[in-house]
Design a protein around this ligand. Structure first.
Ligand code: TYM
Length: 333
């Protein structure tokens, strides 16, 4: 049994990319592991958030995770700011990580864009906080989508440098768990951009709270090309939008993209999109309903997050206390 940590930003509503790239895997992994799932609100405020909306989205995404099958009784579900160990260890890691390492982070470059001088310093040290999230629990497995791969490599670099500088063997190596087929779900409007909560257009993503009509409309409007579906994977490669929709259908029906092409070769996008919308609705409707039922009981949801935070703190506090002893903040016994 391994200890697993993963997180999601409550900056919007969880979408199909989050689900296929990460949440679906979290649900499977909880059968045989000790899992800690975190709504990372400290990360969320690295870009401006409306405070009321942030709090509401934290509860809403907690409800969605439970609706997707996360078991908050057996596993730990909480929000990051409730456990101070994350911020304490992140500060130590700010002093371990090198500026040159952070300068190489592609997500920072993407998010900061041309106006680097104007973004928050929090956005710059975001990966250090992410490393702290994982290492505060001595977690070793981290299920994520492909976009987090570089951050996890940095988390290993930070742990290695900490261990080396202080002459200890304290933080273990972590392994990313990335599902090959669905590691990168792309935008419905642009097959070269990943599906993202921060995309200005809601048409670019399927949210796990979308109703049947909304899903059907978004899929119908999804960008495609005029060619019919091919009969082999190679022919999909230069067609990112088509590849994305075929990948979604494959993931929702538990088969490979190649198998989906066998079924739909020669078909136009009209009938294919209808089938895709059908399988998406069949999968997402029960999640939406369960999440709405949970949201009708905010006191219960709050109590789950509070209990989760207490259990998370019980694991993280002794580990971060020890890290503070190692750096010389507390006497070493
Ligand atoms: P976030 O909130 O962007 O996404 C949550 C999870 O969903 C995955 N994901 C995707 N997978 C496939 N296709 C997509 N289009 C897609 N979009 C998102 C992400 O890879 C992620 O696994 N920095 C993290 C949150 C975090 C974290 C951590 C994760 C903070 N601390 C510690 C793991 C461990 C983030 O912004 O995820």
């Amino acid at each position: 049994m391994a200890r697993i940590f993963s997180g999601i930003q409550p900056t919007g509503i969880a979408h199909l990319g989050n689900y296929l790239g990460a949440i679906q895997n979290w649900v499977k992994l909880q059968a045989e592991n000790e899992c800690i799932f975190c709504l990372v609100d400290l990360h969320a405020i690295t870009v401006a958030q409306d405070p009321k909306a942030l709090r509401a989205q934290t509860l809403q995404n907690a409800a969605i995770l439970i609706a997707c099958g996360i078991d908050p009784e057996r596993q730990i579900l909480f929000h990051q700011s409730a456990v101070h160990a994350h911020a304490r260890l992140a500060w130590i890691f700010n002093c371990v990580a090198r500026v040159g390492w952070l300068n190489r982070m592609t997500q920072f470059k993407d998010k900061a864009g041309k106006d680097r001088e104007a973004v928050s310093t929090g956005l710059y040290v975001y990966p250090n906080l992410m490393a702290a999230d994982i290492h505060a629990y001595h977690a070793t497995l981290v299920p994520v989508g492909d976009d987090q791969r570089q951050h996890l490599e940095l988390a290993n670099d930070i742990a290695e440098k900490f261990n080396h500088d202080y002459g200890v063997d304290f933080f273990p190596r972590i392994e990313p768990l990335i599902l090959a087929e669905t590691a990168r779900v792309m935008s419905l409007r642009d097959g070269l951009k990943k599906m993202s909560k921060s995309d200005a257009s809601e048409q670019s993503r399927i949210q796990l709270t979308d109703d049947a009509d909304t899903i059907a409309l978004k899929i119908r409007r999804a960008k495609t090309d005029p060619e019919p579906l091919p009969d082999n994977i190679e022919a999909l490669q230069p067609r990112p939008e088509a590849a994305n929709l075929v990948g979604m259908y494959a993931a929702m029906t538990n088969q490979t993209s190649a198998a989906v092409l066998q079924q739909f070769a020669g078909s136009g996008f009209g009938p294919f999109k209808e089938k895709l919308a059908e399988v998406l609705i069949a999968h997402i409707a029960p999640i939406t309903k369960a999440a709405n039922d949970l949201l009708a009981e905010p006191v219960y949801l709050e109590s789950i997050l509070q209990a989760g935070a207490r259990r998370a703190a019980a694991i993280a506090n002794p580990i971060v206390d020890e890290a503070e002893r190692i750096v010389g903040f507390l006497p070493r016994g």
